[in-house]
Write a protein that binds this ligand. Structure first.
Ligand code: PRP
Ligand code: GUN
Length: 198
């Protein structure tokens, strides 16, 4: 487990002349590999949901870049909505408690819902959302996740479509943050250990 001293990680502390990219130890999935995979996922979803007008629900904030790229690769009529939940706060370990920060605007009654996530780790966020959406009478609820970290699983939940399996490490980039930073990296990587010590 990584221990955090959030108070020392103040805005601008890592700013100045240093680049965000210098704080990355290793790139796990390149920008090109991400985009290639998203093209395939979009094609698959277009086939699976042809003539069904799905509601594509992005889970903020992490899923934002993935969702934006994925829907452009879906060649079907669809509707989008966004939900913001949080179970990590400023930690790298899930609190186990899922908080709704922003709810959907759309009724789920009879809808075919596609939940778009950046990562499934413990599975707590998605298992909460799937139950909630079924309770709201969705006709079907499917999960597409860019990343799956099966070693982190605390509840039994499997995505319907997965981009990449990632190892048991805290990953950042392409939506995934560490204390709200690094979401704008165009690739997925792991941070240098000294970043956690700042
Ligand atoms: O499978 P789990 O262990 O529940 O983890 C997955 C969730 O954790 C992250 O969200 P976070 O709560 O950090 O919010 P964020 O998307 O705003 O960063 C990520 O975006 C997923 O939603
Ligand atoms: N940034 C980030 N958020 C997560 N939420 C659950 N697992 C992870 C992870 O590996 N990285």
């Amino acid at each position: 487990m990584v221990s955090l001293t959030v108070s020392k990680f103040l805005p601008g502390r890592l700013g100045g002349q240093s680049s965000m990219h210098d704080e990355i130890k290793e790139v796990l999935i390149s920008e090109e590999a991400l985009q290639e995979k998203i093209k395939d996922l979009g094609k698959q979803l277009s086939e699976d949901y042809q003539d069904r007008f799905p509601l594509v629900v992005g889970v903020l904030k992490g899923a934002l870049p993935f969702m934006a790229d994925l829907i452009k690769r879906m060649d079907i009529h669809l509707e989008i909505d966004l939900m913001a939940v949080s179970s990590y706060g400023a930690s790298t370990v899930s609190s186990g408690e899922v908080k709704i920060i922003k709810d959907l605007d759309t009724s789920l009654e009879g809808r075919d819902v596609i939940i778009v996530e950046d990562i499934i780790d413990s599975g707590l966020t998605l298992s909460y959302l799937v139950q909630l959406f079924k309770h709201r009478n969705a006709n079907s609820v499917k999960i597409v996740t860019l990343l799956d970290k099966p070693t982190g699983r605390k509840v039994d939940i499997k995505p319907d479509l997965t981009g990449f399996i990632v190892p048991d490490a805290f990953v950042v980039g392409y939506g995934l943050d560490y204390i709200e930073r690094y979401r704008n990296l165009p690739y997925i990587g792991v941070l240098k250990p000294e970043v956690y010590e700042k």
